[in-house]
Design a protein around this ligand. Structure first.
Ligand SMILES: *Cc1c(COP(=O)(O)O)cnc(C)c1O
Length: 454
């Protein structure tokens, strides 16, 4: 039988043999047949809009979709072929440098990346290289760098430390110190510390770390010991929330100790997956021996990146949103998310069995736990399963060290989770709780709900 266009589409020879899935098929297939197979398989994924686990954008408007379709063929590294896209990239990080109060945007330096992970790696690499230069200039050992951060850091920092041989110094969180807040910092910082990571929007819970307080603790350490330790702010989500919703909060380049800031353009920056940003307050904090030159319009253009080729379309989408929304538009968009987050956290607290860990007033993300986990007949994993049956993806997971005994459940409110949908979600949570409370025998606790994104 051949894969003929005359054969009805679901009666054609397709990939019903398992082998064809794991090796290249022997023959061609009509494009519409192949399309249908891939399309149908992708249907089994969760519904992206109902995925309340992810921070990453799942909705953009029609003009963004149009722009995306027009530019998906552009490779960001081809700055020679696509000088306009290169120029737009430059404008975007300058806009961010300004938004984050760089003392002089002319003296700042930045770049786009594939996301916060790459942006954090670049920020970490700059810290490490600067520290090495300084140690070598002083004739001191430069082989045992360490980086200080909360035990609730995103996995990209564990990768950074692993890939680049930096000792990871994790400060545990506790009920008294829910985030890294400068307390006890002197016990972790020494002459081999390349920097401290401060997180604006801890992934586990959405809480801000008090960057100003951390900077003050480092000032004190410097006064006592002479150690001058810089801060990298991991603002994956918060660096695109705080400027709009908490403009008076000093967490950015207003603090001199903050050398660099990273963010995910594809989180609260509003762009589809594939873009991040990192900015240094001053070119002196990005060692020039990390920067490569690529040919650009017959001249050279500096680049600092892990990848060579990557999509350029997301850069144009970021610029589109900057133009489309402006300061007022971003403020309105983030405020709407926060209003929904507070509405939901309030409603969940009122259901009875839950205690809020936080309420969504930092970034629009909040987590809760069972008031009485030991005597409850059901767990948050059971609740996650019940919600999954309705299409909602609301992950439950254990907290990091030293709170691993505590299981929390988290909701990330993104642009697109409207108040209308949120009311439906709250009703579904209330229904699920009623159902679980009516069960007589305990349900076995199962493993993690898939879908928790760090
Ligand atoms: C999401 C996140 C990251 C990783 O960002 P990607 O853009 O997904 O690579 C890093 N740090 C924090 C705090 C995050 O929330």
């Amino acid at each position: 039988m051949t894969d003929s266009e005359l054969t009805p589409i679901f009666d054609r020879p397709t990939s019903e043999s398992a082998a064809a899935r794991y090796r290249l098929g022997d023959e061609e297939m009509l494009p519409e047949t192949a399309y249908q197979i891939v399309h149908d398989e992708a249907q089994l994924d969760g519904n992206a809009r109902l995925n309340l686990a992810t921070f990453v954008s799942t909705w953009m408007d029609d003009y963004a979709d149009k722009l995306y379709a027009e530019s998906f063929d552009k490779n960001m590294i081809d700055k020679d072929e696509y000088p306009s896209t290169a120029e737009v990239e430059d404008r975007c990080w300058r806009i961010l440098a300004d938004l984050w109060h760089a003392p002089s945007v002319e003296d700042a330096i930045g770049t786009s990346t594939t996301g916060s992970s790459e942006a954090c790696m670049l920020g970490g690499l700059a810290l490490k290289r600067l520290w090495q230069h300084k140690r070598k200039a002083e004739g001191k050992d430069a082989t045992k760098p360490n980086l200080v951060m909360s035990s609730a850091v995103q996995v990209c920092w564990e990768k950074f430390c692993n890939y680049w041989d930096v000792e990871m110094r994790l400060m545990p969180i506790s009920d008294d110190h829910k985030v890294l807040d400068g307390h006890d910092l002197e016990k972790y910082v020494d002459e081999n510390t390349i920097g401290v990571v401060a997180i604006m929007g801890v992934t586990y819970t959405g809480m801000y770390e008090p960057v100003k307080q951390i900077a003050a603790a480092l000032d004190e350490i410097q006064a006592k010991t002479g150690l001058d330790v810089p801060i990298h702010v991991d603002g994956a989500s918060g660096a695109m929330i705080a400027p709009f919703l908490q403009p008076d909060l000093e967490w950015d380049f207003r603090l001199e100790r903050v050398h660099s800031i990273s963010t995910s353009g594809h989180k609260y920056g509003g762009v589809y997956p594939g873009v991040g940003w990192v900015v240094w307050r001053d070119t002196q904090w990005l060692p020039s021996d990390l920067v490569f030159e690529v040919s650009y319009l017959g001249g050279n253009m500096p680049t600092f990146a892990l990848n060579f080729s990557r999509p350029g379309a997301q850069i144009l989408l970021q610029y589109y949103l900057f133009l489309r929304l402006g300061f007022a538009g971003y403020t309105a968009m983030q405020q709407a998310c926060q209003d929904v987050a507070v509405y939901l956290s309030d409603g969940i607290a009122k259901l009875g069995p839950f205690e809020l860990w936080n309420d969504g007033t930092d970034i629009p993300v909040f987590a809760w736990y069972l008031k009485d986990e030991t005597s409850a007949k059901w767990t948050l994993y059971d609740l996650a399963d019940r919600l999954r049956m309705k299409g909602w993806i609301v992950p439950a997971y254990p907290m990091p060290a030293d709170l691993t005994h505590l299981t929390v459940q988290r909701i990330v409110v993104r642009n697109g989770l409207s108040r209308d949908l949120a009311e439906k979600l709250l009703a579904d949570i209330a229904d699920a709780v009623r159902y679980l409370e009516l069960l007589e025998s305990p349900m076995p606790a199962e493993g993690h709900t898939p879908g928790f994104t760090h």
